[in-house]
Design a protein around this ligand. Structure first.
Ligand SMILES: C[S@@+](CC[C@H](N)C(=O)[O-])C[C@H]1O[C@@H](n2cnc3c(N)ncnc32)[C@H](O)[C@@H]1O
Length: 332
């Protein structure tokens, strides 16, 4: 296969496996000079990929992906490989059963960093009273920003607020030299899902006690934490927070008081010797600004950072709605 086709296929494989929205895929870029066997490779690397066979993505996503693939192949080729049609029919037979499934898998791959994370996630944006059972684009944008600016997190103790599935922290644990990660969320369902995803993805991880792990000399804690009850949290012995992380937690202004309380609490605990990185999906400028005003009123300094552009990203996320990353500090 020519180098360009190989590159396209590698990107398509990674985009498919993480459930990248179909409208974000560069379908027009499908090479128009594929041989018969190369067409087959497109299906073997995506829908028939062993990761998807073992831990399947949402069936409706797979079906729509194949529909689009067929549409574009049919545009450029007189004959489309049987395997595309056969796979489409095979996936179609799974639609009815899948309708009753609440969860599906997504695979976040970056071969250059030796990362493969297979996450079980909710198929709905809101489930069990939380928005945290699926991974949001801000957490991927934040993880990639930190992976590509790893000095910020290397050898540091990290506290994540509203960690949801824990994807951001798990990427950092695989890619960076963090010392300790404490992933928290107000929802116990999120903590249980994090535990399951941690066990699947970190071979050789040692569970010291429930929700407390050691992995290659680094520490990971998963803990339920409501922001307004942070003063009552029992801190793990070895976490003296250097960095607070939070992704997609500023969409609902009814929680801003609790969130700013938690942030202020940790900064006070650390005598302002810590910093925060916040990734926000800008669904509503006014809501975001309201949160930033509350932070500024507490004498924090806020500096916006550049998100990693699409052509330099390690992980794919839907950029239809912009994500902003803020660096928050306070001088004592
Ligand atoms: C949109 S999700 C983001 C999850 C994750 N950070 C991500 O980007 O994928 C917001 C998360 O904040 C958590 N959350 C909301 N209000 C909270 C509160 N008062 N205390 C703790 N967690 C809260 C939710 O349970 C949910 O997991």
């Amino acid at each position: 296969m020519k180098e360009e086709s190989e590159k396209y296929l590698e990107v398509l494989k990674r985009q498919f496996l993480c459930g990248y929205p179909l409208h974000c895929i560069d379908w027009e870029g499908i090479p128009t000079d594929l041989t018969w066997d190369q067409q087959k490779l497109f299906v073997e690397n995506t829908v028939l990929n062993s990761l998807n066979k073992q831990y399947p993505l949402k069936i409706s996503y797979q079906l729509n992906f194949l529909k689009r693939l067929l549409q574009y192949l049919e545009k450029s080729y007189d004959e489309v490989h049987d395997i595309v049609y056969e796979s489409f029919c095979a996936v179609q037979t799974l639609v009815a059963k899948d309708a009753t499934e609440k969860y599906a898998y997504k695979h976040y791959l970056q071969p250059a960093l030796d990362v493969t994370l297979t996450m079980r996630e909710s198929k709905s944006f809101v489930a069990e009273g939380t928005t945290g059972l699926c991974s949001w684009q801000a957490s991927i944008a934040l993880a990639d920003y930190l992976v590509q600016n790893s000095d910020i997190v290397n050898n540091k103790c990290i506290l994540e607020l509203g960690a949801g599935t824990g994807l951001c922290g798990m990427i950092l644990l695989q890619c960076c030299d963090v010392r300790h990660i404490l992933l928290t969320d107000g929802s116990m369902e999120c903590i249980e899902l994090m535990k399951e995803n941690v066990c699947r993805n970190f071979k050789g991880i040692v569970e010291l006690c429930s929700g407390e792990y050691e992995f290659k000399g680094r520490w990971l804690n998963l803990k339920q934490l409501q922001w307004d009850a942070i003063d009552k949290m029992k801190w793990p012995n070895n976490n003296r927070t250097d960095i607070i992380l939070a992704a997609d937690v500023v969409y609902d202004d009814t929680v801003f008081e609790a969130l700013t309380y938690a942030i202020d609490f940790v900064f006070k605990l650390r005598k302002d010797k810590c910093e925060m990185l916040l990734a926000a999906t800008v669904r509503n400028e006014y809501t975001l600004q309201k949160f930033l005003n509350m932070i500024l009123a507490l004498k924090f300094l806020v500096v916006e950072k550049d998100v990693i552009p699409l052509d330099k990203c390690n992980f794919y996320w839907d950029r239809t709605t912009p994500v902003k990353i803020f660096h928050i500090t306070r001088n004592s």
